[in-house]
Unconditional design. Structure first.
Lengths: 130, 397
């Protein structure tokens, strides 16, 4: 199944999803050295987003979050790609400066956890493989 | 989004990598917010300057941008994590100072004027009515939009830098007339005086706007307000309400440009001011730190402090945070000498919000509602708000 959204940042990548219905704050919400979600009470608390296709509704929190994403990319702890329902400025700028493929305007209810998907940030599409 | 041929050249990399990356940021933001095109900005103010906020990651990004990036418009910085000259006396460690200077060097390499202040409008990055800006500091954005009638969105560190290196910003949000109308009518039915009280008022209005899910208040019942009172109000309403623009009847320049809101109306009485003030004073207080200058103290405020401190000795750590150029004026006219003789310290280029002082003090007394918020949230202090005279009295007692 192919979902059509909006391109935010270019690049095509294939990987396994990690899905949450909670918003994500990269600054303070995720440990940039390990990629593990540390926000208390978050649906993904204790799980790593590194090397996965991270699927969540939208970003929240401090604008420093864009720099945290950049630091994760340099640390090799960043997600492979990001899928949002509605992008916010922090996540968009974070993806651009860190060169993480990103698509938004996707109905994330159609994506399950640990599904294999192809994110095409240049086209703005998400293909669900299994 | 419509791009000019110059915009397209920047996006295609004809002016180098940093300019190209900047254009990528701006065009994508423009598309997200459905901007029709780009507009020229006359000034930029960049946040994310303190190494405490930037970290190695932010610094690495800045260094990469500084490889070939050069500013196209007047650009200044938000406060850094330390006083660039007096950092040792303020208890900043060597390692932090080294890293902070690396960040400031990267900014300087790009041609940015490295005055570090949250009040750029007091020190030469001073727009006039109707001009477009890309500013990041939330209190300064609120001041520019509301008090001056210039136009800026609340930029983040990277998007402000992108505007500095390209001279443009996408045309959306507060750049457009249609997004500048007051949404909520607020009637103030009690006298409001002093930086502390304007901060308390900002907290009440900010909290209320968050509850209503609204952004732009239209305020009546304030007969007059000084620059210092307005800057304190801006800082507070931006901190508690995320507000980037307000109208104040017969005080701010656009108060009669758009229709006055009438659907949502609420009153602020003396009891509301008293209640909000009480919320900015913690129980079981032990004050060991006093700080004035959030937002950065004006020369008028410094003159007031010098007058109050003359011939006295402070008994607690007492910082006056201000912009370097304002400190130079204070040096020139002799205020600095009086203040330093009393044992108080200038912390220029920085402030009690962004300096790395988490947990260093038990309780802070300030005349700023914004400083109360960050004193609690970021630095884990107990807080007390008071008039500038009460702050000086506390420091000397």
């Amino acid at each position: 199944m192919k979902l059509n959204g909006r391109k935010i940042y270019k690049g095509k990548t294939k990987g396994k999803t990690i899905v949450t219905k909670d918003g994500i704050s990269f600054y303070g919400g995720i440990d940039p050295d390990t990629g593990i979600v540390v926000e208390v009470g978050h649906e993904l608390e204790g799980q790593s987003v590194s090397g996965k296709i991270l699927v969540f509704p939208t970003g929240k929190g401090s604008t420093v979050g864009s720099y945290t994403m950049y630091r994760m990319k340099k640390n090799n702890t960043a997600p492979l790609a990001i899928i949002n329902e509605k992008i916010d400025t922090i996540i968009a700028v974070g993806c651009i400066i860190s060169e993480i493929p990103c698509v938004d305007m996707i109905d994330i209810n159609l994506i399950k956890n640990e599904q294999e998907v192809v994110v095409n940030g240049s086209e703005g599409t998400v293909e669900i493989i299994d | 989004m419509k791009l000019t041929s110059e915009d397209q050249d920047m996006l295609d990399g004809k002016y180098g990598k940093a300019t190209q990356k900047s254009m990528e940021i701006l065009t994508i933001l423009g598309e997200i917010f459905e901007a029709e095109d780009m507009i020229d900005v006359v000034g930029v103010q960049i946040a994310g300057v303190s190494y405490d906020n930037l970290g190695e990651a932010g610094l690495e990004f800045l260094s990469e941008m500084a490889e070939d990036g050069k500013v196209r418009v007047l650009t200044t910085l938000n406060p850094a994590g330390m006083d660039r000259e007096n950092w040792r006396a303020l208890g900043i460690d060597e390692e932090f100072a080294k890293n902070q200077n690396r960040a400031l060097d990267a900014f300087a390499k790009m041609g940015i004027i490295t005055t570090c202040s949250c009040t750029p409008y007091l020190i030469g990055n001073t727009p006039h009515y109707g001009q477009h800006l890309a500013w990041a500091e939330s209190s300064a954005v609120c001041y520019a939009n509301s008090v001056i009638g210039a136009r800026s969105n609340r930029e983040g560190g990277p998007s402000a830098l992108a505007s500095a290196l390209t001279g443009i910003t996408p045309r959306y949000g507060y750049h457009l007339d249609k997004n500048r109308q007051g949404e909520v009518l607020i009637k103030v039915n009690a006298p409001v005086k002093g930086t502390d009280e304007f901060g308390v008022l900002g907290k009440i209005i900010g909290d209320k706007l968050v509850k209503l899910g609204k952004k732009i208040p239209y305020i009546t019942g304030i007969p007059s307000a000084s620059i210092e009172e307005l800057k304190s109000f801006c800082a507070s309403v931006a901190t508690y309400g995320g507000t980037a623009l307000f109208h104040m009847e017969r005080i701010t320049p656009e108060f009669d440009t758009y229709p006055k809101p009438s659907d949502i109306v609420f009153d602020i009485n003396q009891s509301d001011l008293d209640k909000a003030r009480a919320e900015l004073i913690d129980d079981h207080l032990e004050i060991d730190f006093v700080s004035i200058g959030c937002p950065h103290a004006s020369i008028h405020e410094i003159a007031t402090i010098a007058k109050l401190l003359k011939g006295k000795k402070v008994k607690k750590e007492f910082w006056i945070t201000t912009a370097r150029p304002t400190k130079r004026i204070a040096d020139e006219v002799g205020y600095s000498k009086i203040i330093e003789m009393a044992g108080a310290k200038f912390a220029a280029d920085t402030c009690c919000v962004v300096a790395p002082i988490k947990g260093r003090f038990k309780g802070i007394m300030v005349d700023s509602a914004k400083a109360c918020y960050y004193g609690r949230a970021k630095n884990k202090f107990k807080v007390k708000i008071g008039k500038i005279e009460e702050c000086v009295e506390e420091a000397t007692k």
